[in-house]
Design a protein around this ligand. Sequence first.
Ligand code: FRU
Length: 482
Amino acid sequence: MGQLTNILAKTVKELEDRGREQAGKDPYRLRFHLMPPVGWLNDPNGLCQYRGDYHVFFQYSPSDCQGGLKLWGHYRSPDLLRWEYLGAPLLADTPWDCHGVYSGSALAEGDGLHLYYTGNIKLEDRDYDYIQEGREAWTLHTVSRDGVIFGSKRVALSPRQYPAHYTCHIRDPKVWREGDCLHMIQGGRRRDEKGAVLLYTSRDGETWEFDRELTTREPFGYMWECPDLFSLGDRQVLAFSPQGLTREEYRYQNVYQSGYFLLEKDWREEQTFENFREWDYGFDFYAPQTFQDDRGRRILVGWMGVPDSQEEYTNPLEGGWQHALTVPREVTLEEGRVLQNPVEELEELRGEQHPLSRGQELQLETPSFDLLLKREGQEKDFKLNLAGTEGGCTLTYREGAFRLELDQAAGRGRRLRQARVEGLRELRILADTSALEIYLNGGETVFTTRWYPGQENLRRLLLETEAEGCLWEMDSMIVQGI
Ligand code: FRU
């Protein structure tokens, strides 16, 4: 370890030691969602299963809970329930990443756990716009044998190797293997303000050749971040987080989006990319990544946050930390529809059970629960109130639209998100101390939001319409080392 690396590692440790108590006392700390030990978290990175263990890395700024210099933090788990925080393995310590260790992915191979990510460099000798010029995105590669300690960083692609019609915004490599060929997909912003993805191939994981560009016929946003390309059943999915879409009444309601095209053909064949579908319609969801585990499941984890939404709505910062990841969600394809559902492991956290029926008011001792409702007349109106006297959340279904409404106190500026749905047959809510993940109709439509119900009140839950249901109080995950 070089001297700079040592100093940075020590600084991270000190920041964590100093902030631990304050973060630990915060009533809004989550019970079954991964959070930063201190400071700021954004995208999930390097998701994989390596030698049996699950690994979740994340964009991490321990020095500033409003975002600062980005590093990678690291969690590991044998079962997606018991987690261990392993520190910050990737620090901003080389000439290629000293302005930020940006997002990337993992390739779990027999010989080691390979990480590919973007090293961010901001030139400071002139007044740059940092779009057309003034920024460098290096694609970097590092390997670990034990999945914990990573070796030296090597350049996989230098900024000079990207196509000339791109701005400086190229990033977030996702790497996967197909036979003896490795593929890499990167997100990008073209000089003509069109978002697109770039594909590279390699035989040895060291030298990469440009393969092709994929984009829509008409511009669909100016930048595509955090791309992903994977098979799901007999189809393929091209996922990314576009920036620059116009807000609509029932879609694209956040400042930036994330979603996918379900491809008609193999990604290498000529086709038009149409019918973009959002992963999530809530206030707080962005930059998800997926991986395939040893059981063959396609698992997605998203960031419960959105960049640049600070002015619209906020999070409390008294605990000295901000943002979290969604629970791991299994993604499946059923009858041409992409479904997302919490991985079944989470059911092990279910504790005391309460039946729930119309008009019944349930007073909860705990802010974290898993609620499942099924309905006969799926087209009928629906209303559920989750409230404390200081704040509340109302969920309604009416005339083909599902609405999530938060009042001022509980939402901190978050008011209304809505999506078109064809009937409401089933509703599942995973509620944590300050987060809600709402899954409709078997996971066809999802809403994720942070919320801040009054802490001194026990939750009041009121179901105003017909539905059969059950609520389980949820235990906490075990997270060591934070
Ligand atoms: C998405 C993103 C990525 C980038 C990272 C930096 O939220 O902007 O494109 O790599 O965050 O933290």
